[in-house]
Design a binder for this molecule. Structure first.
Ligand SMILES: O=c1ccn([C@@H]2O[C@H](COP(=O)(O)O)[C@@H](O)[C@H]2O)c(=O)[nH]1
Length: 270
C-alpha cells in the first residue's frame, strides 16, 4: 500500500498520531536482556509488540543500529513489523542526501534492503539528490524543514529573500517536489509557532514532529499549530520517553503505558 494511504489508515484505525521512535541504547536495556546476543532485536520487537495498536508509525533511527553493527537486527525488525502488524508504516530515519548517482543507492538501501515505507532526507543538496526517492511514488519522502535541535536555526532561520530558509524549503517542496503526493516534512515540536507557519504553507501535507518527551516539546502547542482541519496531519514522534519508561522485566508494558498516555494527551487537543 502507498505510504500515505497506510498512514491515513493507521491514524484512523488506531485513533493515534503517535509515532514511536526505535532508538536502541543497550546501556539502558533492562538487566535481563543485557548480554543477550540478539538484545537489540529482542528489545525493539517487544516494544513494537506492546504498542502496535497505539501508533500511526514506527521510526527506527539507523545510526542507533549501525553504530552497534546491528543492521541485521534492523532488517529483521522491519520485517517483523510488516509481518505481525501489517498496515503500520515504518519510517527509516536516515536523513540521507547526496548526488543523484549515490542517492539511487541510498533509495535502494531504504526501500529495497530495509523495506521501509518512508525515509527521512536532508534537502540541502537540492532536487536531484531527492529525485531517486521522489520517483518511488508509493514511498514516503520526509524532508528536514525546521528541526527540533537547539542549533536548528543556525541555517534554517537565515533570511532567504524575505522568508527564513525553512519556509522556502516548505514552499519549494510543496510546490515543486510533490508531484506524486508522497512528500512530508520534519518540523520539531520544540518550535510550535514555526511549525504553524509551515502548516500554513503546505496545506494538509503530513508533518513528522520529533521533540516530544525527552526534548521537552509541548503537545498542546503542537496540536494547536499543526493539526489539519480533520484533526490529523501529524506523526508526533517520541523515542526515549517511551522506550525507557521502565527498565525492569515489564519494560514493554511500561512503554505501552507511556505510548497510551501520549496518545490520550494528544487526542485531548485534536
Ligand atoms: O529534527 C529532528 C529530526 C530527527 N530527530 C530524531 O528523532 C528522535 C528523537 O528522539 P527523542 O528520544 O524522542 O528525543 C531521534 O531519533 C532523533 O534523531 C530529532 O530529534 N529531531
Amino acid at each position: 500500500m502507498h505510504f500515505m494511504q497506510s498512514l491515513q489508515q493507521a491514524w484512523a484505525d488506531h485513533d493515534s498520531l503517535v509515532c514511536v521512535g526505535l532508538d536502541p541504547e543497550p546501556a539502558k536495556f533492562p538487566a535481563h536482556l543485557k548480554g543477550h546476543a540478539d538484545a537489540v532485536f529482542e528489545f525493539c520487537r517487544d516494544i513494537v509488540d506492546a504498542t502496535a495498536d497505539l501508533v500511526c508509525a514506527y521510526k527506527p533511527q539507523i545510526a542507533h543500529f549501525a553504530a552497534l553493527r546491528a543492521e541485521d537486527a534492523l532488517e529483521r525488525l522491519i520485517a517483523h513489523i510488516h509481518e505481525k502488524h501489517p498496515g503500520v508504516p515504518v519510517i527509516l530515519d536516515s536523513k540521507r542526501g547526496d548526488i543523484g548517482s549515490t542517492a539511487q543507492h541510498y533509495a535502494a538501501e531504504a526501500f529495497d534492503r530495509y523495506k521501509a515505507d518512508a525515509v527521512t532526507l536532508n534537502p540541502y543538496m537540492g532536487r536531484d539528490s531527492a529525485q531517486p526517492f521522489l520517483d518511488r511514488a508509493d514511498k514516503g519522502v520526509i524532508l528536514l524543514c525546521r528541526t527540533s535541535n537547539p542549533g536548528g536555526a543556525d541555517f534554517q532561520a537565515l533570511d532567504c529573500g524575505g522568508l527564513p530558509l525553512y519556509l522556502r524549503v516548505a514552499e519549494t517542496i510543496a510546490r515543486d517536489w510533490n508531484a506524486h503526493g508522497n512528500c512530508a516534512l520534519v518540523t520539531g515540536a520544540t518550535w510550535p509557532e514555526e511549525l504553524g507557519k509551515v502548516r500554513a504553507i503546505v496545506g494538509d501535507m503530513p508533518l513528522l514532529v520529533p521533540g516530544i518527551g525527552a526534548q521537552g516539546g509541548d503537545v498542546e502547542a503542537v496540536l494547536a499549530h499543526g493539526r489539519t482541519a480533520n484533526g490529523t496531519g501529524l506523526m508526533i514522534s517520541s523515542s526515549r520517553a517511551i522506550l525507557y519508561a521502565g527498565n525492569g522485566e515489564d519494560f514493554a508494558q511500561a512503554a505501552r503505558a507511556a505510548a497510551q498516555d501520549l496518545r490520550d494527551t494528544i487526542n485531548r487537543f485534536r
